[in-house]
Design a protein around this ligand. Sequence first.
Ligand SMILES: Nc1ncnc2c1ncn2[C@@H]1O[C@H](COP(=O)(O)OP(=O)(O)OP(=O)(O)O)[C@@H](O)[C@H]1O
Length: 702
Amino acid sequence: MAAVEVHNGYKYYGQLNDPNKKIILNYINMKVMAGSIYGLLGASGCGKTTLLSCIVGQRQLNDGKIKVLGQIPGSPGSGIPGPRIGFMPQEIALVEEMTVEETLYYFGRIYGLKERCLKERYNVLLELLDLPSSTQLIKFCSGGQQRRVSFACALVHDPELLILDEPTVGLDPILREKIWTFLIEKTRNSKVAVVITTHYVEEARQANCVGLMRNGILLAEDSPKNLMLRFETNTIEDAFLCLCQKQGVSEEVERKLSKRSSFVLAAEKEDIRDASFQEQDVNKSSAKREKLFYTTQSRMKALMIKNLVQLVRQPSGMVFLFLFPIIQLTCFYLAIGNNPMDLKIGIVNAEVPDSSTCFNDSLTTTILYSDRCHLNNISCRYIQELKPDLGKKIYFDTTDEALYAAKKTNIVGFIYFSSNFSKSMQDILEFGRLAEEQSFLSSELAVRIDMSDQQIAFFVERRLREAYKNFVENLMQDCGLPKSLANLPIRFEKPIFGSYNDEYRKYIAPGVVMTMVFFLATLITTAVFITERSDGVWDRTLIAGISTSEMLIAHIMLQSVIMILQCLEIVVYISLVFNTQNNGNNFTVIALLVLTGFSGMLFGLLISVYCKTHTMANFVATGAFYPMIMLCGLLWPLEGMPELLRRVALAFPFTIPTVSVRNILEKGWSIQNSQVYNGFIIMLLWISALFCCCVVGLRRKM
Ligand SMILES: Nc1ncnc2c1ncn2[C@@H]1O[C@H](COP(=O)(O)OP(=O)(O)OP(=O)(O)O)[C@@H](O)[C@H]1O
């Protein structure tokens, strides 16, 4: 009975209509009998791995048929991909953070072995393949040890068909011999079939049948003995050489012809596909549907343990997950929103040239006599109103000196008092609108500030205004005049929400936390999925019979737990350490943060579906990060944006949700308020859209 039958197998990489598409399998016919070893030989790049991937159901032929153990790979209930086959890929494709024992248990559980049976199998393989110590991590095993563990994983469930892609590469001759002896024993005493590819052509002498492959064509398929007899050689290698030379020219012609014809054929067959091929498609899609809902406890357990181990055993991963938010928040709260300190402000006082006399109270006080308020050196009173939090006062003799210092950025700016500052003030007090024009000019403070640093300039300006208000109020009081004379005719009453002292930090904190949660989840997901894919663990797990949906569910479950813990950590940390007040419900805030993390995770998944490498994924994540940060109203109010851009920005995942969190924290609004639940709606819409894109992307890639 044939364990594997390939009939007119045709496969190309690239688009159907692309004239340069790469034909890898060129109408191959192959038969592997049960209870035999089939050695698939050929130069690097001739298509061996591609053929094996079609046999195990990882890829599909573009034309032709494959039957494995009497079933079409991928058909429902066929067990292919799945437990009926044992597959050892060319690369190691094991989780580096797992121990040897955990690795074998991982595959055993996927194949549905009971724990007791798994233990027995493990002990047998441990001895048979001389595996390293159970507790040794895969990443600390030598190349040869890793290969043996990988081989053991393919054998752990005692499959009916073993597909081994170069299992002996890099192994010492003794171990290679040991593996061949094992395979010969195995096939001799059972119906197990083995398909093995190898670069060491001569070791295939021990196979029952060898297939010699070149440029996607199977040149010959026979027993090693017959092949050597046919070409009168002593080695398979020489027989292979003869075959290649003999077929050389004619094969090229044939190949060109078949390339053209196969192209036309494939194009035709795209429309009128073979009935059984269509059947494959129908079966495949219903199998996918079934798989989507079918998960066994054992498989989920295997996946969850693997994900957890991967996470916990990577110290950088744990730091990233739980310490990184703390570091980020600490930096944010310590660095953003505090008043500038250690500034230097220049003072040029033409009224009191000797600054030390300014601190003689008798010269600076206001003297009230005969209903007249006599003002003396009151510029000093203003200078005293400038509190130390504004910065250090540096005295200059002339404005030129002060300007020079400001241009050299030694001071942030300077204030100039005219020589008759007090007298002018007194004139205005006494004569009001009848005072001389010159008095109005001389009573002004002339201020020059370095406006190139706006935040500092605004801070200085605010402090100078506050000091002036206090100064004039005190002056009015001393002169027996109403204080309110000093005020502008505008009164800011009790704020509706927040306070006049609210810091910028309070405004941007919700956005900062949300973007952090979102992008942390994005980065973790891309890192996990791309690493799994590039290590081959993803494909190997799929070939072991796990569906993409199961992998996703396992990841989402673990990631959700992590996100909830992360959000709790963030909320507790900022409220306890930085005294951030929440006037609303903590649960609502955490729920919205978790949803943010969830959409970040799906965004990461989407990136990893379409990006093959970490570099590419990082480019996309960073490229998305900056526009989102800049357009979400975190740094500058949306009202400052052009109308069209504002509308676009409103649809971004953080824009409205950030406002929602701010409304909960500052205004104490509940989820029943539209300004809060809108954030949830936007987030849920993003989650749904990203999820659909991920599913479509994953299905396309399958
Ligand atoms: N996903 C892919 N997209 C495009 N081309 C591919 C893809 N995978 C493989 N190829 C190309 O197909 C050809 C056959 O590759 P394959 O891995 O099947 O060869 P192989 O015989 O197994 O080689 P080796 O012995 O070196 O593993 C190679 O030229 C390879 O570059």
